[in-house]
Design a protein around this ligand. Sequence first.
Ligand SMILES: Cc1cc2nc3c(=O)[nH]c(=O)nc-3n(C[C@H](O)[C@H](O)[C@H](O)COP(=O)(O)OP(=O)(O)OC[C@H]3O[C@@H](n4cnc5c(N)ncnc54)[C@H](O)[C@@H]3O)c2cc1C
Length: 406
Amino acid sequence: MSERLDYDIVIAGGGMVGAALACALGDSPLQVALLEESSLERIRPGADIDLRVSAISRASQRIFAAVGAWEGILAWRVSPYREMRVWDAAGSGQIHFDGAALGEPLLGWIIENRVIQTALLERVEQLDNVDLLCPATLALASILEPEAHLRLQDGRELRARLLVGADGADSRVRHWAKVDVVGWGYGQKAVVAPVRTEKPHQETAWQRFLPTGPLAFLPLHDGRCSIVWSTTSEQAEQLLQLDEAAFARALGEAFEHRLGEIVEVGPRGAFPLRLQHAQDYIKPHIALVGDAAHVIHPLAGQGVNLGVLDAAALAEVVLEAAAAGKDIGSLKVLRRYERWRKGENLLMLGVMDSFKRLFGSSLPPVQWLRNLGLNLTDAVEPVKNLIARRAMGLEGDLPKLARRWR
Ligand SMILES: Cc1cc2nc3c(=O)[nH]c(=O)nc-3n(C[C@H](O)[C@H](O)[C@H](O)COP(=O)(O)OP(=O)(O)OC[C@H]3O[C@@H](n4cnc5c(N)ncnc54)[C@H](O)[C@@H]3O)c2cc1C
């Protein structure tokens, strides 16, 4: 364990986003500490697929590759998906995305959160300029110019020119920085589980919009699918209580038996859904990334992808400022990060929230319009391609680590 007390950057939270940031700051002149309160043993993937998986965009994959973690991810297990089929339960509206039609070999990957986090943390352990303090909990932080003073739960004290809150939706760093959030709960939960279907998933991500919320079937490498069934909190609780056979029947019906019968159901879990956006991403000597800054409905699988882009953008801003001899904790430097990422994240938050509301409406004119909208978008290739390329992270103001030509 390092005895160092003074760091350039301390990152609170070694989830997928904080760990990606630590890797992006690797092999630089900056001294970095990454604090993660769970132990590495608890994070490590098990023999079977975990409940929590993420649809990973091409941009996130490029960032993982550029920071030296993609090989580690592949060494565990990943599931590519090449197509996506989305349709409306109330009507005939549907849209189909195909990687081949976009000139891309695939649309993205379905990967367990634990696999991504473990591969990134293993990469962090190889970096000379980054100390991984794990398990270690940040218990208190205050700003005493010109730096942040930090106390860990075990009594250790650290100092940093920049403290990054990568500590998730209930971020304590955000709380200590007195940053307010805007947002609301959806009164909904996402039920997740690995399931086996009668017919093969065809390396396709499937999503049916029900009036209660979207139901997604995400393809896994062993032929199963990982489901994300967003619905009212009451129905979610009922679904968790059902025995396996009754749950399989309910799931098959909700999915219109698109992949035949549900023949096997793994362990189930449920996660509450909310929309949340921090009013500020930065304060003097503090920056927020990932879910600490924004929480988005999982219907388009964008949450962690936005967070990984935050991490790459913040690393780029800070490394350039350090190279120019600037104070990396100053608002002047950090504002570039906030300006860059806040607009991009807000746009995606707004679009996903509108989708959620649009597909939750049972008003016939709204149903008719959204079906028309889906079919029209499906028919107009340039519009459809633009949407797909944006979701894949191939368009937008991308950090250098996410660009193709890197
Ligand atoms: C059902 C569901 C499905 C989803 N599907 C997708 C998807 O397909 N694609 C996608 O892009 N996103 C998806 N998301 C969103 C995604 O899971 C989150 O955006 C992502 O996990 C956020 O990562 P993070 O690292 O910012 O935060 P977290 O994953 O919350 O990590 C925070 C870390 O900080 C640590 N920590 C907290 N406090 C402290 C402290 N004081 N000291 C030290 N460590 C601390 C925690 O232990 C944790 O490891 C989904 C979300 C849900 C609920």
